[in-house]
Write a protein that binds this ligand. Structure first.
Ligand code: GLC
Ligand code: CA
Length: 560
């Protein structure tokens, strides 16, 4: 495999609205990110993916862009962004922008023009259909309800896979693609290192549009169904890569949930459309087609199986990007660790287990200090549109308000969107004003300042994980080596070997409260990392305490 600049990098996702507010208006901003670059450098991360900051009505918190060439004033100015890029470069860090090009905002000029003249050039920038012929298909949007919405002031309707204020762009129109590529190159010229590609799988619709079997009482069919029928996305993605990313050696990571069997190489292989895509095998465990209220909790065994499935799929082929959370998910520690077992040791174990898998590790802001889900007491405290929709879905299915709220608390995207917890000052040191979303009350005990000063904190554990991954002496195993599941049948044990060159590392986590014995495959040389003080061993068996995590370096296999 040809080496790429990003193979040995660690990425960090910033949700700008909640990261750090530099001017007291309660909204995180670009100058706030600049102020925290030294902290990010101290943590050790290299690539910063920043969720959208372009001009937007913020209906979907910036994933609804009304001008791709302007910074939303709430986040700062173009000068701030340019300063951020150059300050990052000074620190050998790379900035990724979130590329939201499946749809734009209904306040975008293109949509405004389409509304004014649906038969004109801009009408064809979107998917429009005559109203009098009824709904062209029964697809459900991701945020609930039909994908079809009347185009105000006209006899047309338009398609939106997400919120009705996020009309889908018509990728079948070459003019749309050209406009988008031009915009992408404009940003790359500014010195961005690449992009995270939002909802990108949706750019290709199943055509012609037809109804699929309804899967809920609303008579609509899930967007997943449409995606399984869609064909030909590769032509768009290849063209985009050739017209843009490739020329700049950009790092690109796709938000791809629905790749079809056998397609992974097309996405992340040597000549793939993207550098990487996220591994969502874990994220989708226990998901119910009915909605959040029907989801089932994740077990250690599920988690392990999902990770290994992804590893096996990608081995020898390309790199997944590995996460335990992002701005669309609950906090990883609250989601993947059993209820009642969320403590510093178990948080470190989970961190260590996903971090050493083959792929590019991504950390979501606050994950490095073990931030947890929030107890929302009522739906009024929740901002996220998908949570509000899921709350309704649960009520309509007969859940009580309490049950519906329980589902929201467990899965809400707002769990990840509360202010970053910097210190024990009011509002977690995030703002001097009133934060746009209430902070998690546990900030007095869980915050960056406290963990910076404490040697055995989660933050320090992450720093050690990052250091190991970036240590050139482990590159053969940790970056380019294979990932081989070990003792995969042993319950609540997740273990794997990272093997490359002459080197083998054993990564092992006891995914339960009770101690557990592990027989080693061979003698080990050194302990590279331990989330506890010590462990017991006799012969070739080690005894792990509950939630204990180790990385062992096995004896080198060099002959002679
Ligand atoms: C992606 C984003 C999510 C957003 C959606 C629509 O899934 O991660 O936050 O709501 O796309 O842009
Ligand atoms: Ca601000």
């Amino acid at each position: 495999m040809e080496k790429q600049w990003w193979h040995n990098k660690i990425a960090y996702q910033i949700y700008p609205k909640s990261f750090y507010d530099s001017n007291g208006d309660g909204i995180g901003d670009l100058p706030g990110i600049i102020e925290k670059l030294d902290y990010l450098k101290y943590l050790g991360v290299d690539i910063l993916w920043i969720s959208p900051f372009c001009q937007s009505p913020l209906v979907d918190e910036g994933y609804d862009i009304s001008d791709y060439y302007e910074i939303d004033p709430r986040f700062g100015t173009m000068e701030d962004l340019e300063r951020l890029i150059s300050e990052a470069q000074k620190r050998q860090m790379y900035i990724l922008m979130d590329l939201v090009i499946n749809h734009c905002s209904d306040e975008h000029e293109w949509f405004q023009k389409a509304m004014a003249d649906p038969e004109g050039e801009y009408g064809n920038f979107f998917y429009l259909a005559d109203k009098k012929e009824g709904r062209p298909c029964n697809w459900r949007s991701y945020f609930g309800g039909s994908v079809w919405e009347p185009l105000p002031g006209t006899d047309k309707q338009y398609l939106h896979m997400f919120h009705k204020k996020q009309p889908d762009l018509n990728w079948e129109n070459p003019r749309v693609r050209r406009e988008l590529y031009q915009m992408i190159n404009w940003w790359l010229e500014k010195g961005l290192a690449g992009f995270r590609l939002d909802a990108i799988i949706n750019i290709k619709k199943a055509l012609p549009m037809v109804d699929y079997p309804a899967d809920r009482p609303d008579g609509l069919s899930s967007p997943d169904m449409m995606l399984t029928h869609a064909r030909g996305i590769g032509e768009f993605l290849r063209e985009m890569k050739e017209e843009t990313f490739e020329k700049y050696h950009a790092f690109t990571v796709g938000e791809v949930f629905n790749d079809k069997p056998g397609e992974l190489a097309d996405y992340i292989g040597e000549n793939g459309y993207f550098s990487s895509i996220f591994d969502f095998h874990e994220t989708t465990i226990g998901a119910s087609p009915k909605g959040w209220y029907g989801n089932s909790p994740v077990t250690a065994e599920d988690y392990k199986k999902a990770c290994f499935a992804a590893q096996e799929k990608s081995t020898g082929l390309g790199f997944y990007s590995n996460v335990i959370e992002n701005h669309d998910e609950p906090r990883g520690v609250s989601h993947y660790l059993p209820e009642g077992c969320v403590c510093e040791s178990s948080k470190k174990m989970l961190a260590g287990l996903y971090f050493m898998l083959r792929g590019i590790p991504f950390i979501y802001q606050g994950q490095e200090i073990g931030m947890e889900n929030v107890e929302f007491s009522s739906i009024d405290e929740v901002d996220d549109i998908s949570s509000r929709m899921e709350y309704q879905v649960a009520l309509e299915a007969g859940c009580t308000k309490e049950e519906a709220m329980q589902a929201v608390c467990r899965y809400s995207r707002d769990n990840a969107r509360t202010p970053m917890q910097w210190n024990a000052d009011p509002h977690a040191g995030f703002t001097d004003g009133t934060p746009w979303l209430k902070e998690n009350e546990n900030y007095r005990s869980i915050n960056v300042e406290e963990q910076t000063g404490r040697g055995d904190s989660i933050l320090q554990f992450y720093r050690r994980l990052i250091e190991l991954r970036k240590d050139p002496q482990y590159e053969d195993s940790l970056i380019y080596g294979a990932c081989i599941p070990y003792l995969r049948g042993q319950r609540n044990l997740m273990a794997y070997l990272r093997k490359g060159g002459y080197q083998t590392l054993l990564v092992v986590g006891n995914f339960q409260e009770e101690p557990q014995e592990v027989t080693l495959p061979e003698a080990y040389e050194t302990v590279l990392l331990n989330n506890m003080d010590c462990f017991h061993e006799h012969d070739r068996t080690i005894c792990l305490k509950g939630w204990q995590y180790l990385i062992l370096k096995m004896q080198d296999k060099k002959q002679g």
